[in-house]
Design a protein around this ligand. Structure first.
Ligand code: CA
Length: 229
């Protein structure tokens, strides 16, 4: 018998069928689940009993998910997985503006939510230096592990650092020199051509887990840009 308590997950979703579906799948995966169906009750609930993770819908009565996320971040580092039907919201949800850790787009499969919840819980405590999420990308700097939507990417340490450098600023174009700077320490001897071939390998590995999406775009005459799906 394990003495470790089941992870406690708070699911905030106002569509009863969807809330029940997600809760059932999380419980089947061994988690303890509590439900909230409005935004304005989340902060008191989290203060009363801090969860290990929150699955938070964006569109909610009382207060929307973005407002709730910001309110939570004022006092808590609890991992937050956002549910959203609005892909254009994703940039605002992830990162500084709202502080969500990851997101799943509606319509989603409950299995995907469970996989994402497990991946975030495995990462352990939120640590912006150790790991970060961009869309379905999870980077764990301590283990040098990268996953896309739960699928492990088998990266070399250099490919990992390259991906992290690009993914830290999605949409930003990096020159080869800027990427070399960001690879740090012992990589000073790399040539531009070496960067190109590492990018090529990285692209191949990303394409293997998400066929048809071009994660790393070449910007002619300038460098590279990371585009989350
Ligand atoms: Ca909703």
């Amino acid at each position: 018998m394990s003495a470790v308590a089941a992870p406690f997950v708070l699911v905030v979703e106002d569509e009863p069928r969807l809330a029940k579906l997600v809760a059932d799948y999380l419980r089947a995966a061994g988690m303890e689940v509590a439900l909230q169906d409005r935004g304005d009750t989340v902060v008191p609930a989290v203060r009363a009993r801090p969860p290990d993770l929150i699955v938070l819908d964006l569109m909610l009565p009382g207060a929307d998910g973005l407002t709730v996320c910001r309110a939570l971040r004022a006092f808590s580092d609890v991992p937050i997985l956002m549910l959203t039907a609005r892909v254009e919201e994703v940039d605002r949800l992830i990162g500084l503006e709202a502080g969500a850790d990851d997101y799943v787009c509606k319509p989603f499969s409950p299995r995907e939510v469970v996989a994402r919840v497990k991946a975030i819980l495995r990462r352990g405590r939120r640590d912006p230096d150790a790991s970060q999420a961009q869309g379905g990308l999870v980077l764990d700097a301590e283990r040098y592990e990268a996953r896309w939507n739960g699928e492990p990417l088998d990266l070399t340490p250099l490919e990992f650092r390259l991906l992290r450098a690009l993914a830290e600023s999605p949409g930003r174009v990096f020159s080869r020199d800027q990427l070399l700077d960001r690879l740090h320490d012992d990589q000073r001897s790399l040539s531009d051509r070496a960067i190109d071939s590492h990018v090529k390998n990285l692209r191949r590995k990303l394409e293997a887990v998400e066929p048809g999406h071009e994660f790393i775009r070449s910007i002619y005459g300038v460098g590279y840009r990371f585009d989350p799906a």
